[in-house]
Every structure is written in C-alpha cells, then in structure tokens.
Design a protein around this ligand. Structure first.
Ligand code: ZN
Ligand code: ZN
Ligand code: ZN
Ligand code: ZN
Length: 494
C-alpha cells in the first residue's frame, strides 16, 4: 500500500471521487468495527503512559487519484542524525513581481542542494517548509535573501524567523515548488459560505511574517466600497510574542467565566484536536477556507470580544485576523435584517495573533522546538501535540493526551485515517483499533462515519461495482464538532 503525505489533506478541496482496483485490493479483508461494541467504548481507560506520539509515514510516490492512504506510525523513519540538518518553516507576505521566475530559481537551488519540502509562491508572498542539510537550507535562504529581481523579498528574507529545528531531507518525500494564487488557500473557489467572501481582503497586505515590528496595525478600509451609513468600530489587528501570548492565555484562564477574551484556534479540526491552548475555541473546519462559514454561524462568540488567535506557524492567522477584523464592513454599520442578531457582525474588539505560531511558542516559552520535556506539562499553556505537515506527523509540545480514539473512545493521540474508499478524513485511531486500517492483513478498521462505512462495504461486497464516492456526513459540521467535544460521546463515530 502506498503511503502518502498527510499534508495533502490540507489542500484537499473536496472529497476525492476516484477509486482504483489497487486501493480496493488493499482493503479487501475487512471486519467493520462498531465503536459501541468495542472495549472501552463508554469509558476511557486510565493511561499509565502517554501513548506513542502519532507519526506519519512518508514514502516518495503519488497515489492514484482518490486512493486513501494509511497513516503509518513509523514516522520520518530514517536513521539520519538530525542535528546535522534542519527543517525550516517560514512565510513572508511581501509583493513578488515575478513569482514564476522565483519558482524556477528556488526549484533549481533546492534541487541541486538536496533540499526537500513544499514552497508556495504567489504575488502575495511565499510560504514554505523545507528540510535538508544545514548547507542546503542555507543555500535556499541565501537565494531568497540575494534575489536581485525581488528586492522587497530579499530584504524581508534577511530577517525572517525561519523557525529552524533539527531535521533531514527525509522529512519530505520530495521537493514541490509551486506557483499559486494564494500562499495559504483561504478564498474558496466555489460553494460553501457565501456572504463574507466579497469583503475579504486578506492577501493584499504586505506583512512580513514574524518580523513585523509594528505591534498594532489599524485595519484598512476598502476605499472602493460604497460608504456605509455608519462606519463600524475599528478592530485593531496585532501580534503577541509567544511569552506575552502565554501570559494572555493564563490571564484569561484565571477569569474564564467573565472574560471578554476568546482564544481561537484557526487550524483544521484534525490538527487542533490533538493539541491546543487551554480554553481555546476549536473551529470544526476541515479546510482553512471554511473558517468564514464557521465564524458566520457563530458571530456572537466573537462579536465585541478580544480575540487571541493562533495557528501552526502564524501564516493562517494573517488572513484569519484580517477577515475577522473586516466583518461588518459592508453591512451598513452593522444593521441586519434579522432581528435576532441585529448589529451582531462577529467583528471583535481586537485581534491579536501569536507571532510565529505554536512552533515559536514551543521554542520560546518551553525552550525546546519539540518538547515533552520534564516540566513542560505544568509550564505550557498549550497541551498535547503540534500537528505538522511533514513526515513527523505531529510533534509533542507536552505529553498530555487531549483527545481519544474514533474507534473505541479510549484516550489516544495516534493519528490514523478513515478506512473508507476514497476518504481522506484524518482520525485518531488507537493502537488496538488501528492494526488494520487500510492494511490488507489487518482486521478491524475505523471509519469516519456510518455513511462512509456503508458505502465502502457496499462497494466491497458488490462485485464489479464502480459507483463513485458520495459525500459522507463528515462533509458537514456535525461529525467534526462532535469530535471536538471535551469528552468522548458514545456513538460519535458513525
Ligand atoms: Zn533522514
Ligand atoms: Zn481505539
Ligand atoms: Zn471516511
Ligand atoms: Zn464520514
């Protein structure tokens, strides 16, 4: 069975429809696991040790479209001395005049220096994570910082926070350098949430991630928009350094019931469920572009509040913060037709982003790039794993296990994948339940929901059936929301 990187989940825009005989063969032997019948379904057994950290397998190949790949627990799976290399995570919102040429140049520089990873380049900037030898990574950074064609990028690249951590080229299967319209996809191409779309202006800001000295930047008003009867109250957007963010989270925890502070995790649900800041609101979104849909249906949660926002490395907050701050701009001063939420636009009083994201927090507050060190549990306001988009899968910030297996309800943070055909939903699948997920020799399998399971079984038991995959209930919010509840819900799978 061909493993594939989990990072693809992030860019999956819709449920894949394809299916192949090869993928089917890998799943032939099945014995559906019914969560309610599984041992421990109703009560999570106490843990003596934290479960093994979830790891993703990575082998260099691309699966046929629609095939669902198992997530192996073997991790980056190499013998390299990672102190001899590095993985970096960085972004810069800075206008790039000729992104196509930069793509060509970086592809050549990284390729000839054995650097792997994913670089996304567009007119709005660059977003990248790359791994290789120190020499190779330095060559890539030098190429950015000395790019004569792009003086603004070159200037920014000299002082970026690259969030360098020990690593090796095996952390990615290959090198992917691509020209994209958005360096982190936020604007949906079709469908989904509707009304906030036109107002969003996230990508236009020239911001250098992690190194913007201006702590607070007022929001821009859209000069081309028709003038509103009364302008909404400005919502300042700014950054907090990791230590200040830590203090703010702790302050909020001390007065949670009366606080006007909302901590918002803007990552996808399968990321935030395995680790998050204390007291954070976890958005039940499968893709970042669904965030507006979520916010629009939960406006009162954010309206007039002070929002503390975070993501993995900071880049998603750049767009999410500006989106939140822009709410209500075209609503005629906040007047709504619906009497129930008249004036409720969802626009916060202020938005502050964690500068450098969870990666910078772990480094600067806990003193480790990947922790679970002695004392981290009490010191850290972030609990659990930090989901990453390389072959490490997720790295521990603390050893806390904050979620549970989708198959049996036992506490676990072992990443797995739905066993359904063509399904890419990332789940938590404990060791006991996960033996056979996607594995021809396996026994039990865990499915994201009953509709996915039923489709898969129908397909496997109907010879020659070639029906396309239909959307399952996980394409709606409810099943994701259930998985983010603070305690396991019996029957929450299916
Ligand atoms: Zn290696
Ligand atoms: Zn389980
Ligand atoms: Zn599924
Ligand atoms: Zn499903």
């Amino acid at each position: 069975m061909d493993p594939k990187k989990i990072g693809n989940e992030r860019s999956t825009r819709d449920v894949p429809l394809g299916f192949t005989a090869a993928a089917a063969a890998a799943r032939r032997a099945f014995r559906p696991l019914h969560p309610a019948d599984a041992p421990g379904a109703m009560s999570a057994p106490a843990l003596e040790h934290p479960p093994p950290v979830a790891r993703l397998d990575g082998a260099p190949r691309r699966l046929p479209k629609g095939a669902s790949d198992p997530i192996s627990q073997r991790g980056g799976g190499c013998e390299c001395d990672r102190s001899k290399g590095a993985i970096v995570l960085f972004y810069a919102y800075v206008p790039i005049a000729d992104p196509a040429s930069l793509v060509t140049e970086l592809r050549a520089t990284c390729g000839s220096n054995g650097v792997t990873g994913k670089l996304r380049i567009g007119r709005e900037g660059i977003n990248g994570t790359a791994a290789g030898s120190h020499v190779g990574i330095d060559a890539m950074i030098h190429a950015l910082a000395s790019c004569a064609r792009e003086p603004r990028l070159a200037a920014a690249a000299k002082s970026l926070d690259y969030k360098r951590a020990p690593g090796c080229a095996c952390l990615f299967d290959d090198l992917s350098v691509r020209l994209v319209p958005e360096i982190v996809p936020f604007e949906p191409s079709t469908g989904g949430a509707k009304s906030a779309r036109k107002k969003r202006r996230g990508g236009r800001h020239a911001t250098v991630g992690g190194d913007d000295d201006g702590d607070e930047r007022g929001t821009e008003t859209d000069a081309s928009a028709p003038s509103a009867p009364s302008a909404p109250v400005p919502c300042p957007v700014g950054y907090l350094d990791p230590r200040d963010f830590h203090d703010a989270v702790r302050d909020r925890a001390a007065s949670a019931s009366t606080s006007d502070v909302v901590i918002l995790d803007v990552r996808n649900w399968y990321e935030s469920r395995v680790g998050h800041f204390e007291g954070a609101v976890l958005a039940p979104i499968r893709r970042f572009s669904q965030l507006p849909e979520y916010v629009e249906s939960n406006k009162t949660l954010f309206h007039g509040k002070d929002v503390l926002m975070y993501c993995t490395g900071g880049i998603r907050c750049e767009k999410a913060a500006r989106y939140l701050a822009s709410l209500g701009e075209n609503d005629g001063g906040g007047e709504k037709k619906n009497g129930d939420d008249a004036g409720v636009t969802g626009r916060p009083r202020s938005v502050r982003q964690l500068r450098g994201g969870i990666v910078a927090y772990a480094r600067d507050v806990l003193g480790a790039e990947a922790g679970a060190e002695a004392g981290a549990e009490t010191k850290s306001a972030y609990k659990g794993l930090n989901f990453v988009f390389d072959n490490r899968g997720a790295v521990p910030v603390t050893s806390d296990v904050v979620t549970w297996c989708d198959g049996c309800g036992a506490r676990s943070n072992r990443l797995g994948k739905c066993a359904g055909f063509g399904c890419h939903v990332i789940l938590v699948v404990c060791e006991a339940c996960g033996g056979g997920n996607g594995d021809a020799n396996g026994e039990a399998r865990v499915f994201c929901c009953g509709s996915c399971e039923a489709q898969t079984i129908a397909r496997e038991t109907t010879p020659g059936a070639k029906q396309k995959r239909k959307p399952c209930e996980c394409d709606g919010y409810e099943s994701r929301r259930r998985r983010l509840l603070p305690t396991p819900t019996p029957g929450s799978v299916g």
